[in-house]
Design a binder for this molecule. Structure first.
Ligand code: GRG
Length: 291
């Protein structure tokens, strides 16, 4: 199977899990379930679930053991996008090429849809904890990395420094590491925790490097990408005077940094016993992505 076929196989498996979850979402009033479903089924790339399943395959961890962790992570990721698009945050009218949640359901409902997605993710994780100590550890890891010492902390720093024009490289790294890299790190570390934790530190570093690479390519795409391929507005960072890796290092230096980061990721995968071909191609895909 080539990379695209394998990617489609992983995302197809996950989309079935997600569709079943959406079909069983019967909360009332109807608008709550509808707005949660809207953002979940808007057509995301499912990068985090795909990564989790692929690392599971590399380590020999059954995907049935991972599917609810992948679901929880995608629920958390989707809530973060719904809240990030709000006028009080990044103020984006489009997401994945379609109107953002608040443009369809209104700001109040979008806040609640995000809250509902996050809260339900924790219900899913708490249920997983009944399966044993390693499931508790994996759930704890996701909570920590999505929370105030993770993604929320990164978003808070981003909001705090918005409009500063420029700030230290250290602050920029803090934002990227927490806002972007921590959820990707959770995706690759959870299969290892479930599988016995043999490659914990290698995979933590892989997640951190992959997250930085992802954010670098995000900054590059904001300059070089198009609405047609990204499904969201471009050129926003420069217009808003936002400090990014591109404004700090320049476009070409950013590309070089992305290359170095991708190489570090590939080296880590090569150091793990097993078939790492898909993950190496995943790194190349993130480096060269157009959306
Ligand atoms: C609101 C707590 C809170 C956090 C928001 C999502 C986010 C954190 C910020 C968005 C800004 C941004 C561009 C972050 C980079 C990483 C990211 C989450 C990109 C979008 O992820 P993809 O490409 O999205 O995986 P799809 O649509 O494919 O699911």
């Amino acid at each position: 199977m080539d990379f695209n076929e394998k990617f489609t196989e992983y995302s197809g498996y996950f989309n079935k899990v997600l569709t079943e979850f959406c079909d069983n979402l019967t909360c009332k009033p109807q608008i709550l379930a509808e707005s949660m479903r809207y953002s979940l089924l808007l057509g995301g790339k499912r990068l985090r679930p795909v990564l989790m399943l692929a690392v599971g395959d590399l380590l020999g961890v059954d995907r049935d053991k991972l599917k609810n962790f992948a679901l929880a992570l995608e629920l958390i990721h989707t809530y973060s996008l719904v809240h990030d698009d709000l006028p009080e945050m990044d103020n984006d009218d489009f997401r994945r090429g379609k109107p953002s949640n608040h443009k369809v359901f209104g700001t109040g409902n979008a806040v609640l849809a995000g809250d509902g997605l996050l809260n339900t993710a924790y219900s899913v994780l708490i249920k997983e904890c009944r399966n044993g100590a390693e499931y508790v550890s994996a759930s704890e890891f996701i909570c920590d990395y999505a929370g105030v010492y993770g993604m929320i902390g990164g978003q808070s720093a981003d909001l705090l420094h918005e409009g500063d024009g420029n700030y230290s490289e250290e602050t920029l790294n803090f934002i990227y590491e927490n806002k972007t890299a921590k959820l990707l790190t959770a995706a690759v570390v959870v299969p290892d925790i479930i599988g016995g934790g043999k490659h914990f530190s290698q995979l933590k570093t892989f997640g951190s490097d992959l997250g930085y690479l992802f954010q670098l390519t995000d900054d590059i795409l904001d300059v070089e990408g198009s609405f047609a391929s990204l499904g969201k507005s471009t050129g926003k960072d420069e217009k808003a005077g936002k400090y990014t890796a591109v404004s700090l290092y320049g476009l070409e230096a950013c590309k070089l940094r992305a290359d170095v980061c991708a190489e570090r990721c590939r080296t880590i995968v090569e150091g793990i016993n097993g078939d790492g071909e898909f993950l190496i191609n995943f790194v190349n895909y993130v480096r060269n992505r157009k959306n």
